[in-house]
Design a protein around this ligand. Structure first.
Ligand SMILES: NC(=O)c1ccc[n+]([C@@H]2O[C@H](COP(=O)([O-])OP(=O)(O)OC[C@H]3O[C@@H](n4cnc5c(N)ncnc54)[C@H](OP(=O)(O)O)[C@@H]3O)[C@@H](O)[C@H]2O)c1
Length: 279
């Protein structure tokens, strides 16, 4: 039985992973910024007779106070075998029209939040001389998309941070890995998406471009994957002895897209993206 801390467990991958891991007999610290949103998780865990395996804790990864209270809470926990840095949202719009505040908000959750929670957990894992940190990146951590630069840059930053962290933690028996999903059916495409208002305004010089992107995303939504595929990967990684790989890409066409971007010249890649968007 492992003790696993998950951030952003109120919905999507985080909630489903908490339920799956609890059902597999692990002790799960399911954290979320509003505990009122725990009802679905509790219901699903109870349906699997695993309600008692779940410990709920309020955590907003972007709040310094909340991180401080996480550190206090962890003093009462004997061990943490796995940290799943899952909390995140997707901010979009066109770069010229996105305020620096909006970029900062995106980074506070998707990037600095990961660092803060990791710093809270590392002393415990170091003392144990074992542990796993699974950082929820994205295909957007390796490939840039127009109209999504806050999200893309936050996930690219997470990739670099995780590479360094993996090498730092290796001598301490702690494995760091990146999960890189393509598109899956969760709330990130609805309530978890924040597009800058200006880019959705007809007066914007980017309105036509933004609309083309939104249409392409709408078309793509029919092919979104089943989040349980990602959840099973997460649960399997939690149960492995060691993680020999850093990156775990997952989703339809994801490995092919990553490989293609690496091997073809940028001008060909760019031409294909622009063609897809009707330019
Ligand atoms: N679904 C995809 O296609 C996809 C693809 C690649 C990567 N990902 C990544 O997967 C992770 C989970 O997303 P999801 O797809 O499962 O979307 P989701 O259903 O929207 O879940 C996101 C979770 O993050 C939480 N969250 C947001 N800001 C937070 C904060 N400051 N502190 C704590 N929790 C916060 C949300 O809480 P609230 O309920 O309070 O908003 C929610 O529980 C994200 O890191 C996302 O970037 C998703």
């Amino acid at each position: 039985m492992k003790t696993i801390l998950i951030t952003g467990a109120s919905s999507g991958f985080g909630m489903l992973a908490a339920v799956e891991l609890a059902a597999r007999g692990h002790r799960v610290m399911a954290t979320m910024r509003t505990l009122d949103k725990a009802k679905e998780l509790i219901k699903l865990a109870e349906e699997k007779d695993a309600g008692s395996q779940v410990l709920l804790h309020q955590l907003d990864v972007a709040s310094a106070d909340s991180i401080a209270s996480l550190k206090e809470y962890l003093q009462g926990i004997d061990r943490v075998d796995v940290l799943i840095n899952n909390a995140g949202f997707a901010a979009g719009g066109f770069s010229e029209e996105i305020s620096i505040e909006e970029y900062r908000e995106q980074f506070e959750t998707n990037f600095f939040g990961v660092m803060a929670v990791t710093q809270a957990v590392l002393p415990i894992m170091r003392a144990q001389r074992s542990g796993k940190i699974l950082n929820m990146s994205s295909i957007s951590g390796l490939i840039g998309f127009p109209g999504l630069s806050p999200y893309v840059s936050s996930k690219h930053a997470l990739e670099g941070y995780s590479e360094s962290l993996r090498l730092e933690m290796k001598p301490f028996g702690i494995d760091v890995a990146l999960i890189e999903p393509g598109s899956f059916s969760t709330n990130i495409w609805t309530t978890g998406k924040k597009v800058a208002d200006a880019s959705l305004d007809e007066a914007s010089p980017y309105f036509g471009y933004m609309t083309a992107i939104e249409k392409e995303m709408e078309r793509g939504s029919k092919n979104h994957g089943d989040p349980m595929d990602v959840v099973k990967l997460l649960a399997d990684l939690c149960e492995r002895d060691r993680l020999k790989e850093l990156r775990f890409p997952i989703g339809k066409g994801v490995k092919a897209a990553i490989l293609l971007k690496k091997v073809i010249p940028w001008k060909k890649w760019e031409a294909a993206v622009m063609k897809k968007l009707g330019f």
